[in-house]
Design a protein around this ligand. Structure first.
Ligand code: ZN
Length: 128
């Protein structure tokens, strides 16, 4: 179970973002979780409070968006859902494919209570 490590990394990523943008309160974090990423969303939800405890994310909600695992068949160019078809092309039966999406696990959105704060931070001052 590597989800706790992934969540700790997520907390670090968001805290770094918050520090850079002068954000001190985060309401929600939206993550993209690929079907093929081997990250189990149930574990993420279960372990999130543990990973978030004492961090900036302690009171923030975690929203997981599943990204379908899509691949293109190398033999006939059919695009199909890898999990649904157990890795085999439903058109020609080939196992040779190029994965197009679904391997990622990444932060998609960070929602702050005062949207203006994020906008101010993001546009920033002209000087570093
Ligand atoms: Zn095919």
């Amino acid at each position: 179970m590597h989800e706790i490590g992934i969540l700790r990394q997520l907390v670090r990523t968001v805290e770094a973002f918050a520090a850079e943008n002068g954000v001190s309160d985060i309401r929600e974090v939206v993550v993209d979780c690929g079907e093929l990423s081997l990250v189990i969303p149930e574990y993420l939800e279960e372990l999130y409070p543990v990973a978030a405890k004492g961090s900036l994310l302690q009171d923030a909600k975690l929203t997981i968006r599943m990204v379908p695992g899509l691949a293109e068949c190398d033999d006939c160019d059919e695009i199909f859902n890898v999990i649904e078809h157990k890795g085999y092309c439903p058109n020609c039966g080939s196992f040779e494919k190029t994965v197009l999406s679904g391997r990622e696990f990444s932060v998609r959105e960070i929602v702050v209570p005062d949207e203006g704060a994020l906008a101010r931070g993001a546009s920033g001052q002209p000087d570093p």
